[in-house]
Design a protein around this ligand. Structure first.
Ligand code: LLP
Length: 432
């Protein structure tokens, strides 16, 4: 994975840093990010657009992993920012990234969130529904501002992925439906508003996608309507945002394409259709989350108790679990891992990695080949960089782990470990 390797002590190294030393210094569980790999992934997407000389924006879908340092890094890499809540927007504000590069998503943005967005002067709001359009209009009037907007449309394309993370199909809570006139109505309303500047449309078909077909189909669907929008509504989209969803390799058998490949296919089909429609090629925006940070993240755990059920299963318990990685219990997501302190040793058996939460479903990995593990061994679980920390929680009042960035032998703590004081900070004792 990325710049990870095994050093002379037989320890796993990430970004030139010994993970066993990291575990000692920062404790476990610990998220370690390989910053060089994030740089590489961002460059792949950008280079594809630049090679084809297509106007573009690559917005980092920060729901995958957000903290102040991550927004700053994304900014350094020339990315824009996709935020989906007041909390993410607030974090981006704190990171002092350029607000005109922030795109605001969400199917139920609150009046307060829209207020924050308009006041901050963000780059665009991706309007999801009619209620939001009314709220945004009112907010803009109040602040006497205009807002660039995209309309989130549901193209009726199904991505073949887990049901919970597939969003482009017709029966979805997100966006205006393309096929039943909702989009037309929304376009009219946005064009009529003096406070909205309608840039174009947005479609996101799902997540952890390995093929380009779904994206191509979404472009086809949109172009089916473009002629109609132009002649009937005098609307020509200047921006087509095709969302995120580019897959990564979690385990053997996952076969994602390189990031640039998705982009090339999008550009190709878009050029064909734009030419046919005799219109200028719209700007292409994408929103990768997982593919930028997913395989750059590794979680380090300390092995604790074990339970051997002869001829059935050997459980190894670690000091984290569904509190820092909800994906296995929520989506049956699979991961690979090794013993970071004995990275050279051959696997001799299979172990099932249990979390420490009071719940049978709190299993991180089933049947992982490992050398015979002891308590105090360090288990490294790979590819936890997306939707790991960001979906971490305090179930069982377990404090959330810290996060470090590693690069060229240098380590930076970017999120501190929660402590017990943090956990009771908002609690109020009974007053009577
Ligand atoms: N844009 C929009 C509008 C989205 O809804 C999403 C993800 C993305 C971009 C980024 O998708 P990505 O490139 O990361 O696949 N918690 C789930 C994933 C939920 C994704 C939700 N939307 C998981 O852990 O697999």
């Amino acid at each position: 994975h990325g710049s990870s390797q095994i050093n002379v002590h037989g320890h796993l190294e990430i970004g030139g840093v010994d993970t066993v030393a990291l575990a000692k210094e920062h404790g476990t569980p610990l998220f370690v990010y390989d910053v060089a790999l994030i740089r590489k992934k961002a460059a792949e997407f950008k280079e594809a657009f630049e090679k084809e000389q297509v106007p573009y924006q690559v917005a980092y879908a920060s729901k995958a992993f957000s903290c102040i340092a991550m927004y700053q890094l994304a900014n350094e890499l020339g990315l824009s920012f996709d935020v989906v809540s007041g909390g993410e927007l607030y974090t981006a504000i704190k990171a002092e990234v350029p607000m005109n590069k922030v795109h605001f998503h969400g199917n139920n943005k609150s009046p307060e969130e829209l207020d924050l967005a308009v006041k901050a002067g963000i780059g665009c709001v991706v309007v999801d529904n009619f209620y939001e359009m009314t709220l945004l209009e009112e907010t803009c009037v109040r602040h006497n501002k205009t807002m660039d907007v995209l309309l989130r449309i549901t193209p009726g394309v199904e991505a073949h992925t887990h049901d919970y993370i597939s969003t482009g199909q017709e029966d979805s809570k997100f966006g205006f439906d393309l096929t039943n006139g909702q989009v037309d109505q929304a376009i009219k309303q946005a064009l009529a508003s003096p406070h909205m500047n309608l840039l174009g449309v947005h479609s996101h078909i799902g997540s952890q996608i390995f093929e380009t077909k779904g994206f191509v189909m979404a472009v086809e669907k949109i172009f089916e309507y473009i002629e109609h929008w132009r002649t009937e509504l005098e609307f020509i989209p200047r921006v087509l945002n095709l969302g995120g969803g580019f897959g990564i390799r979690y385990v053997e058998g996952d076969e994602p394409l390189p990031g640039g490949e998705y982009v090339y296919q999008m550009i190709k089909v878009m050029k064909q259709y734009a030419e046919k429609a005799e219109m200028a090629l719209p700007e292409i925006w994408i929103e990768p989350g997982r593919s930028l940070v997913g395989d750059a993240g590794t979680t380090l755990y300390t092995v604790g108790s074990q339970k051997d059920i002869p001829n059935v299963r050997h459980y190894l318990a670690v000091d984290g679990g569904m509190s820092d990685n909800l994906r296995p219990s929520l989506y049956q997501a699979e991961y690979e891992g090794i013993l970071a302190n004995r990275a050279n040793e051959e696997a001799t058996d299979t172990f099932s990695i249990a979390g420490k939460c009071c719940e049978s479903g709190d299993m991180l990995i089933w049947d992982l080949p490992l050398p015979k593990a002891n308590h105090e061994d360090i288990l490294a679980v790979f590819c936890t960089g997306a939707y790991g920390y960001s979906m971490a929680n305090n179930y069982n009042r377990i404090p959330r782990p810290p996060v470090v960035f590693a690069e060229n032998g240098d380590v930076q703590l970017v999120v501190k470990r929660e402590d017990y004081e943090d956990l009771v900070r908002l609690d109020l004792p009974l007053s009577r």
